[in-house]
Design a binder for this molecule. Structure first.
Ligand code: G6P
Length: 770
């Protein structure tokens, strides 16, 4: 096709209009021709009638002298009448026949017309007073008009025939027809042009615009409405519908292709493993935390393995399962020793070994001082703004330092002469980074702080703040969930230590070592990867429905360690207020709280269990009916499958933390929403609220509004529930725990662990009070 030739689509449209124009023009031409022919025939008949009329006048004028000439047998006298023909144009002449039909006389040019009266006339005159006939004479069409010539007594003497040349009548008709044919042709052409122009203006041009609009609709973003001026209203509405469905289809296609891109970019266990291998370069990955991922107990003499509750374990176990390596943790189960080897090692998960767990053995006294005392009565309330007063005891600090050193030594021992990365977890082990670095400055050490970092004013009440901060600064990389915690940390360091704080790069230089500070919001792994739906799952789901869900009832759920930071009493009060304010929802909404007892050696935690049990009881006593209970409080540790089943079934999940670093239950709930139809109620004071902005965000201290949020969740229309949950689901799927670990490992691998002039403080410099 040449550069200027018309594209086939356009050409075929044009020829179609041209064809339509030809058809219309030919139809018009045929009609007009038939009409004109009919008119001409009528005109011809009128002309012939006129000829006959004139012939009659002439014949009547000649009748008397002809009668006399016949009577006298004087044909000359008859011929003498010729001059009377003057003034009668087109008359060729006349002839007189005797009554026996023989020619008597013929005048003018009709001499020799016929010797006997033409039969047509003889026939025509039978019983008639005149007769006409057409004949040809000397090649010309002629018209014969005959009247009988009667004698005195009424007897017939002869017949007078007037002959007219009628050739002019057909000539005239031909002329008229020819002229009309020209006009008809001209009008046909005009009509064709009109039809082509009109169809172009009214249809083709608009259809071209429509076609162009549709083409762009298919390939790019175009204005919402079809081009104006479409010829047929139906076409407009159909186009609009078509456009809407195309857009919908494109958005589905787009989301499908986005999903494909996301799938390609998403982080999986395998992808993390590949990344870990690449960044570790044959080195070892050692994770160190207080809480172990698998804990062995003897229950009624039988060995039982449990996964302790808490975000740290649920986030890190899949990472270790992906990367392999070693996890150093406190062996706190009463059957932990018997299930580990002489060095405290065992492979886990117990039924599908993927990495090594190295247990560290602590005495009761160490556990009390380090874990219950300094970590959970001191640092925990210090970092969580939940109005719980921190308690700092010198003996606890002493144990804390000692146990941290034990963990650091274990790490160094496990690393041996090899190389690798150490990921220290959380506030229980704040001194480990610096302690490991003191022994092995070449190791890359990261510390991830799973709880909030408070502002400097709050932190400064800690009597061991400098030691703690220096311990943390031993890490090459310090990670928090939120940027806000990073900022608070830098402010704290700035106020409390003699260091160089580089706010542009979020780095702190102290004694020749640089610690980089970054936000890495932690997440969960997809339930698909860990809990495939089995028959056992179905049985579990059916059991939960049977126990807690009367038909037509919605299920709300909360899953927490029983900790004062989780806002469980506030949650129960809000549920009570909800039923009080909106009684129409009684017996239509049931709340199940799964509460895992935690740190029960601490009075405050034990009291909390009592408090929430009492609260639940009070609310139930007031509201429950024979068939319905507003709150089911299940105190105990639920296994992963049970938690998952509750999260799947619940139409609402409530996370009402007074302060929380991230809160993975919120993300677990979102990840469990297969049909995207659950509503998450989430405290604004949980780190997860930064990412899950489609949750119903509440202030757990504002009980009335909290109750209203429960109502909003219960009454939320399905479309809104789905739209909100879909967005959150996408967020959680995309930013899963594998991405978190990959980011952390990659960032740590990018740091040079060996500063040229290291003046790191040795572990001996940490002051241990007498
Ligand atoms: C929080 C802490 C973790 C801790 C978990 C469970 O998530 O950040 O470090 O492991 O709670 O608490 P527990 O005291 O039972 O280990």
């Amino acid at each position: 096709m040449g550069p200027f030739s018309t594209p086939p689509r356009v050409r075929s449209q044009t020829s179609r209009s041209f064809r339509a124009a030809v058809i219309i023009a030919v139809a018009f031409g045929l009609g007009a021709t038939v009409l004109k022919w009919h008119q001409t025939e009528v005109q011809k008949a009128q002309d012939v009638a006129e000829v006959d009329r004139r012939a009659r006048d002439l014949a009547n004028g000649l009748l008397t002298p002809v009668r006399e000439a016949l009577a006298r047998h004087d044909s000359a006298a008859a011929l003498a009448l010729t001059p009377r023909l003057e003034g009668f144009g087109k008359v060729i002449g006349f002839a007189v026949y005797r009554s026996n039909g023989q020619l008597f006389a013929s005048a003018r040019a009709v001499k020799g017309l016929a010797d006997t009266l033409p039969t047509a006339l003889t026939e025509g005159l039978k019983g008639e007073s005149e007769a006409v006939a057409a004949a040809r004479w000397q090649g010309l069409p002629v018209r014969l008009f005959a009247i009988p010539v009667l004698g005195e007594g009424g007897g017939e003497r002869g017949v007078l025939v007037v002959v007219h040349d009628v050739s002019y009548i057909s000539d005239l008709a031909t002329q008229r027809l020819t002229r009309s044919a020209f006009w008809i042709l001209f009008l046909m052409l005009l009509l064709m042009m009109l039809v082509v122009a009109t169809t172009w203006l009214v249809y083709d041009r608009q259809l071209h615009k429509l076609a162009e609009w549709m083409r762009r609709l298919r390939t790019e973003n175009v204005p919402e409405s079809p081009p104006p001026g479409l010829p047929v209203a139906l076409l407009v509405s159909e186009s609009n519908r078509l456009a809407a469905s195309l857009r919908a289809a494109r958005s589905v296609g787009l989301s499908e292709s986005e999903a494909a891109v996301r799938a390609e970019q998403s982080w999986t266990r395998d992808r993390l493993r590949t990344r870990a291998v690449a960044v570790l370069k044959h080195g070892q990955l050692i994770v160190v935390s207080n809480r172990e991922p698998y804990l062995h107990r003897r229950v009624n003499g039988r060995l039982q393995v449990t996964v302790p509750p808490g975000g740290l374990v649920s986030a890190l176990d899949p990472v270790l399962q992906a990367c392999g390596g070693l996890w150093v943790a406190d062996g706190s189960g009463d059957a932990d020793r018997e299930t580990a080897d002489q060095f405290g090692r065992l492979t886990v998960p117990p039924d599908d070994a993927r990495y090594t767990l190295r247990r560290v053995w602590l005495t009761k006294q160490e556990e009390h001082g380090y874990y219950y005392g300094f970590a959970n009565e001191g640092l925990w309330p210090l970092c969580h703004l939940a109005h719980e007063r921190p308690v700092f005891r010198a003996e606890d600090w002493e144990q804390y330092v000692k146990v941290n050193q034990r963990f650091a030594d274990t790490v160094v021992e496990e690393m041996g002469a090899g190389n690798g990365m150490v990921l220290v977890q959380d506030y229980q082990l704040a001194l480990v980074p610096q302690m490991v670095k003191a022994a092995r400055p070449d190791l890359r050490v990261g510390l991830f702080w799973h709880i909030p970092w408070p502002n400097p004013e709050s932190f400064r009440i800690c009597p061991y703040r400098a030691e703690l901060l220096n311990g943390i600064l031993g890490a090459d990389l310090v990670g928090f969930h939120l940027q806000q915690y990073c900022n608070n940390f830098l402010d704290t360091i700035d106020r409390m230590l003699e260091t160089r704080v580089d706010r542009d790069h979020f780095a702190i230089e102290s004694r020749g070592h640089t610690a980089h500070v970054r936000a890495f919001p932690i997440s969960v792994e997809s339930w698909r990867d860990r809990a495939p739906t089995t028959e056992a799952t179905e049985i579990l789901l059916a059991d939960i429905r049977d126990r807690y869900l009367a038909p037509g009832t919605q299920l709300g759920v909360g899953v927490d360690r029983i900790d004062y930071t989780k806002g469980i009493p506030e949650r129960f009060r809000a549920i009570g207020r909800f039923f009080e304010r909106y009684p129409q929802h009684r017996e239509r909404f049931t709340f199940v709280q799964i509460g895992a007892p935690s740190r029960t050696d601490i009075g405050r935690y034990r009291d909390l269990v009592t408090e929430i049990e009492r609260l639940a009881r009070e609310i139930n006593d007031e509201l429950q009916t024979d068939t319905w209970k507003p709150i089911h409080l299940l105190v105990g540790q639920a296994d992963g499958a049970t938690v998952h089943a509750f999260l799947r079934l619940a139409s609402t999940c409530i996370v009402s933390s007074l302060h929380d670093g991230m809160n993975l239950v919120a993300k677990e709930y979102v990840a469990a929403q297969e049909h995207d139809d659950g509503v998450l109620i989430l405290s604004e004071f949980a780190g997860a609220a930064r990412e899950l902005s489609d949750a119903l965000i509440i202030n757990p201290y504002d009980i009335d509004r909290f109750a209203d949020a429960i109502r909003a969740a219960v009454e939320m229309p399905p479309t809104e529930r789905r739209e909100r949950m879909q967005r959150m689901h996408r967020e959680v799927e995309e930013h899963n725990v594998y991405r978190w670990a990959a980011n952390l490992l990659t960032a740590l691998a990018a740091i040079d662990p060996m500063p040229s002039t290291s003046t790191l403080m040795s572990s001996r410099e940490i002051t241990v009070p007498a």
